[in-house]
Design a protein around this ligand. Structure first.
Ligand SMILES: *[C@@H]1O[C@H](CO)[C@@H](O)[C@H](O)[C@H]1NC(C)=O
Ligand SMILES: *[C@@H]1O[C@H](CO)[C@@H](O)[C@H](O)[C@H]1NC(C)=O
Ligand SMILES: *[C@@H]1O[C@H](CO)[C@@H](O)[C@H](O)[C@H]1NC(C)=O
Ligand SMILES: *[C@@H]1O[C@H](CO)[C@@H](O)[C@H](O)[C@H]1NC(C)=O
Ligand SMILES: *[C@@H]1O[C@H](CO)[C@@H](O)[C@H](O)[C@H]1NC(C)=O
Length: 804
């Protein structure tokens, strides 16, 4: 059946294309491709070209738009705002999710926007195509948690399409999956009677029809397949009986449904853990603007459900057509010994201003079903805390890649999260019996007595003085284990890596190295440890394991009594060659890259390279090393090889303060940092009891002693419904709604009030789709179709026949 439908669809598409297609001439030369090809910096697609095309689509009143382009820069504000304007103008935008798979955290913009239908690719066996980009979205990091994307998947491998000259050719990529869905959307538009179309069809109702009708595939998880394989007939059935309503996507979180519910189903909940955040999307088919009527409520289906504590976060205004509902979930202390399941539903009421001719607002109650697994709190030694807070990624800044051998991907943009490019490591740690939690707030925001080890991998940000002081205390007095995987840092190399970006007409320069070594050195100073600025490469073997050191740093300070491992690796940094000439014979020893140390009650392990944990550019993995380091830091189990007497240092490794790498002075780091120029505060990703405070007390022993909070701190919207909100009254919003429907072009002017819309990350001066970036979806073929009244009617008639 599917094949039949697809055949017909493609036919329709070709017709559509021939009859009425707008192709940007400049971008036409970039063709479709499979898998990410090298984004050459010469293949620039200017943001302004897209703005022109989008304005044309709005001005000519188009219904559906296929966009087979994308890039990682979701902070390209003029572009993102224009996409909002497109969807607010009731144009349904379908876009390719990207060809950067099978890596995770590789969603492309605009397909990653909630108001856009983001399409991933499958092959003819219903397997996710390897090239298809995987979720989650990364806009929300470090404090929050990403959304599920793609929305649906469609056939995207070896699809026959037309050749520019004549005849057909076979094409692969999410670029071809996207028009398959755009075609389905066109067919669905065409079968809704014209009179009802205006009231029923919009980007939200169309997405509801697609995700609710989609067929869930049995193998892939939600970040691979979204709702599943698009299904024209099912979606048609949904639209046929559709009444404007709001809904939540995904509408169920079921810990029994593995692997679909990965990563959630991979680790049960337990008391004392960092809150689990599930960030769902609200689809509001009732109107372009909507509001949450009263705080969402949790309805447990069983007594055990009362052990769950949930905080909700949602925006003041749901616009355009979509919003989010984030659940922060924690098991209460009473549940510390509980094993079992918690079931129930979260319900939330959404309303939109009346449509023209209606007297009262439209209302709808959405439901989200939860089936969670709970276990007793695991022992301290089995619990690991992952530092997400000090990770900075692209965008907003030029954060360079971690392995300098990888030349086709210059930016670090996959999120560096346990559920994106560290997802295999996450699975491995779970298999090894560890429980691993995420810290999205400063180091003062966790209780060190709960955790065996704090794991810090590939971190770019700076540290508050309070964090440095607390971590010292946590390790030396509270016995917290600390494991650090660093990265290269060499200012001369960074300077050399700058390039001129044609789109922004400015020089781009890395704001830090693979990791921020000067900052890490401040943090580790109290343990007598420091990293240098070599960029080391090479293969070596330890413990019988072959390892590749890929652009890592060296250890230049280490205390006596610790264990330090050196290997003959080559320095490829810019300054390396020069330094070699200046160095004395004595200092030309093999560089140290791995160190292990007992200090006070705690234990510390440091390694100079993170590529062996990062799925993005991994050559060889070093999970074995991570496990041995964790055995040591959490449980004081000493591997005989790592702790051999040959590695023991009887005198400290020392280096002059002046020789340590220093920060760049020509970069304003506060633009990218969550620390520099910011206030120390535990955000709503930390334990509920420290929200809005500075965290746990440094000097008083005992749990839950908190540092003072701030008066009037805005913890975000939705936490307390009675807090005065900027939301317009119902009457005013009704009026706004009226204006909206009468004048599309005014929709932005009337509604787009920045104060009202939650845009935490926006950087107003950016006019970017960085060259390699939009070009990373290089297949820049933008086609827009329009279903004109007359021609539409003709096709519609045939469309109905087909479906009937
Ligand atoms: C959920 O996603 C939305 C949209 O990206 C974002 O604005 C919000 O901050 C996220 N919430 C959390 C708690 O991650
Ligand atoms: C939750 O929602 C599901 C699906 O809508 C329904 O079957 C179930 O009965 C509801 N459970 C509760 C406790 O409301
Ligand atoms: C650095 O950037 C921050 C915010 O981005 C700004 O407030 C500050 O004035 C800038 N400092 C300098 C020296 O430009
Ligand atoms: C919610 O806000 C009201 C009014 O500002 C306040 O009285 C109440 O204590 C708040 N509740 C919570 C849980 O913060
Ligand atoms: C959608 O975009 C792709 C890539 O730009 C293009 O090849 C295709 O023709 C478009 N689809 C339609 C139906 O125009």
């Amino acid at each position: 059946m599917t094949t039949w439908v697809m055949g017909r669809l493609l036919l329709v598409l070709l017709l559509v294309e021939i009859q009425n297609v707008l192709v940007l001439p400049q971008t036409r030369k970039s063709m479709l491709f499979e898998c990410s090809q090298m984004p050459s910096l010469l293949q620039v697609s200017y943001t302004s070209w897209f703005l022109d095309a989008f304005n044309y689509a709005i001005a000519t009143d188009m219904d559906v738009l296929n966009l087979s382009i994308g890039g990682p820069d979701y902070l390209d504000l003029p572009f993102v705002e224009k996409v909002w304007e497109i969807t607010a103008s009731n144009i349904i935008m379908v876009s390719a999710i990207g060809n950067d798979g099978p890596l995770y955290g590789t969603l492309n913009n605009p397909a990653d926007q909630s108001d856009v239908i983001g399409v991933g690719g499958i092959d003819n066996d219903d397997h996710i195509a390897s090239f298809s980009s995987r979720g989650m979205s990364t806009w929300e990091l470090p404090h929050g948690y990403g959304r599920v994307k793609p929305d649906v998947v469609a056939y995207g491998r070896d699809i026959m399409g037309s050749k520019i000259s004549t005849g057909c050719k076979s094409l692969s990529g999410t670029s071809v999956a996207s028009p398959v869905v755009a075609g389905i959307v066109c067919l669905l538009v065409s079968v809704i009677p014209e009179a009802r179309r205006k009231d029923l069809l919009n980007p939200a109702s169309m997405k509801q029809a697609l995700v609710e009708g989609a067929a869930k595939l049995s193998g892939p998880n939600m970040y691979e397949q979204g709702a599943g394989r698009v299904d024209l007939l099912e979606s048609y059935e949904i639209l046929k009986s559709y009444h404007p309503r709001a809904s939540i996507f995904p509408s169920i979180l079921d810990y029994n449904d593995c692997p679909y519910s990965w990563p959630f189903c991979r680790q049960p909940l337990y008391a004392g853990a960092m809150p689990i955040i599930f960030n769902t999307t609200i689809l509001n088919g009732m109107g372009v603007i909507g509001y949450i009527e009263s705080p969402p409520t949790w309805h447990p289906a069983n007594e055990e459900g009362n052990l769950l504590s949930i905080h909700f976060k949602y925006p003041d205004v749901i616009w355009p057509w979509t919003g989010y509902l984030a659940l922060h979930m924690q098991i209460k202390e009473e549940g510390a010994q509980f094993t079992g399941e918690i079931e129930g539903n979260v319900t939330v009421k959404v309303y939109s201003p009346p449509a023209s001719g209606e007297s009262g607002p439209r209302r709808s109650t959405c439901s989200l079903q939860l089936k969670l697994k709970v276990i007793p709190t695991p022992p301290r030694a089995k619990r690991i805390l992952w530092d997400q807070f000090h990770s900075i990624k692209y965008p907003p800044g030029y954060i360079p890649r971690d392995s300098l051998d990888v030349r086709n991907d210059i930016l670090d943009w996959h999120g560096d999260h346990l559920h994106t490019n560290f997802h295999i490591m996450y699975n491995m740690l779970r298999d090894a019996g560890y429980y691993i939690e995420t810290l999205g707030s400063p180091l003062t925001c966790f209780d060190a007595q709960q955790y065996g080890t704090l794991l810090m991998v590939d971190l770019e940000d700076d540290y508050f003085p309070e964090e440095i002081e607390k971590l010292r205390d946590d390790v030396i007095n509270t016995g917290l284990g600390l494991v650090v995987f660093a990265e290269w840092y060499n200012v001369d190399t960074m300077v050399k890596m700058r390039f001129f970006d044609d789109n922004t007409r400015s020089w781009w320069t890395p704001v830090t190295g693979g990791a921020n070594i000067p900052a890490l050195n401040n943090l580790l100073a109290s343990f007598g440890i420091a990293f240098g600025d070599k960029i080391l490469n090479g293969d070596f073997s330890i413990d019988g394991e072959q390892s590749r050191y890929a652009s890592g740093t060296n250890i230049v300070r280490f205390p006596a009594g610790g264990f330090l491992h050196t290997f003959p690796l080559l320095d490829s940094s810019e300054s390396g060659a020069t330094q070699n000439l200046l160095l004395t014979e004595a200092s030309k020893e093999d560089p140290a890259v791995l160190g292990l140390l007992e200090i006070g009650e705690g234990r510390v392990g440091v390694y100079g390279d993170s590529n062996c944990l990062d799925s993005s550019h991994m050559v060889t993995n070093c999970y074995w090393l991570l496990k041995k380091m964790l055995d040591f830091s959490s449980s004081n189990i000493k591997d005989p090889v790592l702790f051999s007497k040959f590695a023991k240092r009887y005198s400290p490794v020392i280096i002059d303060e002046k020789q340590l790498p220093s920060r760049r002075t020509d970069v304003n780091f506060s633009t990218y940092s969550s620390v520099i120029g910011k206030e120390l505060i535990c955000e709503s990703d930390s334990r509920f009891e420290v929200w809005g405070t500075k965290g746990y007390n440094l000097h008083v022993r005992g749990r839950n002693r908190r540092l003072p909070g701030y008066h009037g701190i805005d913890l975000g919207r939705g936490l307390n419904f009675t807090v005065e909100s900027k939301r317009p009254t119902r009457w005013r919003s009704a009026k706004e709604g009226g204006e909206l429907s009468s004048s599309r072009s005014k929709s932005l002017g009337g509604l787009f009030n920045r104060d009202e819309i939650d845009m935490p990350f926006l950087v107003p001066t950016r006019w970017i789709v960085l060259a390699g970036v939009v070009a990373s979806g290089v297949l820049v073929l933008l086609s827009i179709w329009r279903i004109r009244q007359k021609r539409g009617r003709r096709r519609r008639a045939s469309g109905s026949n087909r479906l009937a």
